[in-house]
Design a protein around this ligand. Structure first.
Ligand code: ATR
Length: 282
């Protein structure tokens, strides 16, 4: 394919369940653009070579997902300040021969909450983050930028929470799972960044009794759309926000880099992906 062809892809391993092609395919159609967006299942030993040869494969750039977000960062010639801050890249494009990369997860996380729970950051003070993996880092940064003054990172492996606390500053506190009840008291927001509650994984079973009823509860898991955590929070009267919007909003900057127009996260797009998720969780 020629260097000028209008295409992009998502690279991961495995990649079959990625919904990114549906999202970008919707925008291409809506904007009347003749581009394409594919899935690329690439083995670890081929990842670096594939990214360097993206244009020979017919791609302007790509999204990168598990397990390659850190490896992608290390391949970049130019990283945005956000990608440098997190040492992770999920959106790659070329400027001339320069391979550029960004991390759009922070913006995806906050844009989702701005849409689903407007003014969620007004009077935001104390936050609780469950999990200390790759996703947790982006969530911590998003919470800090929206003014959270104390962030408790609760993780099964305490050492991983400690590493994040050291990385992101004095207002991030590591905590053991056994400290969760104490952490939930007076919290303004609870975010699940673990894989618990995802289809095929164990349920996240926690006691929400100490959590104020005004606290926003959100989950980055979006399959199913309403996780056990969100259902439990809704039943006791907390505001909730599901994680689908994070996926939709993190996709916006990549599309703009590759296809030249800034796309919009419409209600119709959300419904399209919701229907697809319901299809697999029914
Ligand atoms: P990601 O990069 O997508 O965040 P990850 O790095 O694998 O994914 O992190 C998954 C998170 O879910 C981790 O915080 C993990 O806890 P550990 O650090 O102790 O592994 C958490 N997690 C996964 N399965 C879990 C389980 N059964 N109980 C408690 N926490 C779990």
């Amino acid at each position: 394919m020629s260097e000028n062809s209008l295409g992009a892809c998502v690279i991961g391993h495995p990649i079959a369940h990625s919904r990114s092609p549906m999202i970008h395919g919707y925008w291409l159609k809506q904007l009347g653009l003749a581009g394409h967006y594919n899935r690329e299942d690439i083995l670890p030993e081929h990842f670096a070579g594939f990214v360097r040869a993206l244009r020979e494969h017919g791609y302007k750039g790509c999204n990168v997902t598990l397990p390659y977000k850190e490896a992608a960062f290390h391949l970049l010639d130019r990283a945005t300040p956000r990608a440098q801050q997190l040492q992770v890249a999920n959106t790659l494009w070329f400027e001339g021969d320069i391979l550029c990369g960004d991390n759009t997860d922070v913006e995806g996380f906050v844009a989702n909450l701005d849409e689903r729970a407007p003014h969620w950051d007004k009077d935001l003070k104390k936050a609780v983050v469950l999990g200390a993996g790759g996703a947790a880092a982006s969530i911590i940064v998003g919470l800090q930028e929206r003014g959270a003054s104390e962030i408790y990172v609760v993780n099964r492996t305490f050492e991983k929470a400690e590493i994040l606390a050291k990385r992101f500053g004095a207002n991030v506190h590591p905590a053991h799972w056994s400290d969760l009840s104490e952490c939930l008291k007076n919290s303004d927001i609870l975010v699940n960044t673990t894989s618990l509650g995802m289809k095929g994984q164990s349920e996240l079973e926690i006691n929400l009794d100490p959590l104020p009823l005004t606290a926003l509860v959100t989950d980055i898991v979006y399959v199913p759309l309403e996780t056990g955590l969100l259902r439990q929070a809704k039943q006791r009267g907390n505001p909730i926000a599901d994680g689908l919007g994070m996926l939709l909003y993190q996709a916006v900057p990549g599309f703009e880099h590759w296809f030249g127009q800034r796309p919009i996260v419409t209600k119709e797009l959300r419904r399209l992906i919701e229907d697809n998720i319901r299809g697999v969780t029914a």
